[in-house]
Design a protein around this ligand. Structure first.
Ligand SMILES: [Zn+2]
Ligand SMILES: [Zn+2]
Length: 303
């Protein structure tokens, strides 16, 4: 019965997404140092039709100077070239639920500033790591993250904010679907969704290698597939359930090429932007994008 309901949901979801959309968007993480429009050009040159970038220095807090003309140019190019939604990534150091009150307040300000800057790219996604509760417990952690999100999100905000599935390293929140669901419910906004990272969920104990259907079914039961808005496609350097989070190139880690073939062809994942964060330079990303398109069914092959 559950499997039946899941299958019906998947078909309905796939059909609703198909109207006027491509069935797959593929891209990778790019350097934002030359601006938004330059990233669109770079993405186009490697066969991508989406991409990710850090909103600020990933390990620090400095944001780039804003350039509205560049953003407007990028928005026009994205539309002209049929790109899928971009998936901007918040800084790794932004821990919204750390026990240190000053660092926590600083992180909440960074989130607020990031979301305001993202208004220059309406209709796209902003993804971040929920955070590590550093010993305070999951409940307290979720409370802090929720408070920061509620403060930063205004009704009608034009960007969807995505919580990332984590490997469950240390005191990370988001290693279990239940934690993300609790967080989504607590924030109570339809402007928040989930970005599923293939390396993280496998390291976190969700067996997408042997049972992708089962894991997506569990996601649907716990969170709802309608909240899944993007994927990070990464192979893993570590075995199943290792809670490590070390990315590997596609097909060279414990997930293997067959897992990615199943992912790019899965009807529940139709139309979602899929972002590579593998240890690669541009030529490596271009090869992986080509490989993934060749693995996809006929409809998914063209950029
Ligand atoms: Zn991430
Ligand atoms: Zn990772």
């Amino acid at each position: 019965m559950l499997i039946c309901i899941f299958a019906e949901n998947v078909i309905a979801l796939a059909e609703s997404k198909m109207e006027g959309m491509k069935s797959m968007y593929l891209g990778c993480h790019l350097s934002a140092s030359a601006g938004y429009a330059a990233m669109v050009e770079t993405a186009t040159s490697i066969g991508a039709d989406t991409f990710a970038f850090f909103t600020r220095n990933p390990r620090g807090s400095r944001a780039r100077q804003e350039n509205p003309q560049d953003a407007a140019r990028a928005v026009a190019l994205l539309k002209e070239r049929g790109f899928g939604p971009l998936v901007a990534h918040g800084a790794y150091t932004m821990n919204l639920c750390t026990a240190d009150p000053e660092a926590r307040a600083f992180a909440a300000d960074v989130l607020l500033d990031d979301l305001r800057r993202m208004e220059a790219l309406p209709g796209n996604f902003y993804n971040f790591h929920p955070g590590s509760h550093t010993g305070q417990g999951v409940e307290q952690g979720i409370e802090y993250i929720c408070a920061a999100l509620r403060r930063a999100l205004e009704p009608g905000y034009p960007v969807t904010v995505l919580l990332e599935t984590m490997a469950g390293k240390g005191s990370e929140i988001g290693g279990r679907f239940e934690e993300l669901k609790q967080l989504l419910d607590a924030v109570g906004s339809s402007q928040v969704g989930v970005c599923l990272d293939t390396c993280h969920v496998y390291d976190g104990g969700y067996d997408i290698v042997n049972d992708l259907d089962g894991v997506l079914g569990e996601f649907d039961r716990v969170i709802g597939l309608n909240r899944l808005k993007a994927l990070h496609l990464n192979d893993s350097k570590n075995p199943f359930n290792s809670h490590k989070d070390r990315h590997e190139c596609i097909g060279q880690g414990s997930l293997g090429l067959g897992t990615f073939e199943a992912i790019v062809n899965h009807p529940a994942l139709t139309g979602l932007p899929m972002i590579l964060e593998t240890p690669n330079e541009l030529p490596g990303y271009a090869r992986e994008i080509k490989t993934l398109r060749s693995l996809a069914g006929f409809r998914n092959r063209l950029p």
